[in-house]
Ligand binder design. Structure first.
Ligand code: PEP
Length: 250
């Protein structure tokens, strides 16, 4: 039985004090929640957010991480630095990292391996552009992103991996994939994982959908067999919008 997992990617929004306020409200409101919840603030907000959620089950994740131990990598953040703050989860391969900052499948793979080596959990984002979907390349894109992204990841490490399917054309655009289209893409991903690993790894894998998830569409998405959670951008930036998404089953 896969436990629902809802995550909020705050991107480059909120000051540390605004982030701490939102995190505190969420921790208060989500007391006793059975849904797994993660929030990913900007690096600079992490210490304040960690303090705000202390004692709650909310997971605080980083939005990105470097694939080197330390050194001359100006502007980058290491696993060691995150772990020192108590952060054990990281989003990797977000479409904004891929498309704005040119991160390749190979670089994302190096980051995934480095995170796992450091005992961290990874939320690996994959998803196609509109062009790729319309030209019939959805399966190929997902296959490349997943088989390269997870290269060298052993079966036993797969319990530390969540995959977020986020069609690029649906992120921050207000357009959501239909529950049927999202479920079909998730089924492709689950099938791929079965081929790369085995049936039990595929059945246990949590696959989140991301792309303009909001209170009005989350129920229909979560009702689909292969959709186990959501990675939420814009609608995770206020308690008012994020709470009904986390509480989709109420
Ligand atoms: C995201 O950033 O991962 C995302 C899905 O954004 P939004 O919910 O705003 O589309």
């Amino acid at each position: 039985m896969r436990k629902p997992y809802i995550a909020g990617n705050w991107k480059m929004n909120l000051t540390p004090s605004q982030a701490a306020k939102l995190a505190k409200e969420l921790a208060e409101a989500l007391k006793g929640s059975t849904t797994k919840v993660m929030i990913a603030p900007s690096f600079v907000s992490i210490p304040a957010v960690m303090k705000a959620v202390k004692g709650s089950d909310i997971i605080v994740a980083a939005q990105n991480m470097n694939d080197h131990e330390n050194g001359a990598f100006t502007g980058e953040v290491s696993a060691e630095q995150l772990l020192d703050l108590g952060v054990k989860d990281v989003i990797l391969g977000h479409s904004e990292r891929r498309h704005i900052y040119g991160e390749s499948n190979e670089l994302i793979n190096a980051k995934v391996l480095f995170a796992l080596k450091n005992g961290m959990n990874v939320d690996l984002c994959v998803g196609e552009t509109l062009d790729e979907r319309e030209s019939g390349n959805l399966e190929k894109v997902l296959t490349d992103q997943i088989s390269i992204g997870l290269k060298g990841v052993g079966k036993e490490a797969m319990e530390h991996i969540t995959i977020a399917y986020e069609p690029v054309w649906a992120i921050g655009t207000g357009k959501t994939a239909t529950p049927e289209d999202a479920d079909a893409a998730h089924a492709i991903i689950r099938g791929l994982i079965e081929k790369l690993y085995d049936k039990s790894v595929a059945e246990d894998l949590i696959i989140q959908y991301g792309g303009s998830v909001k209170a009005s569409n989350v129920k229909a998405l979560m009702a689909k067999e292969n959709i186990d959670g959501a990675l939420v951008g814009g609608a995770s930036l206020s308690t008012e919008k994020f709470l009904p998404i986390v509480q989709f089953d109420k």
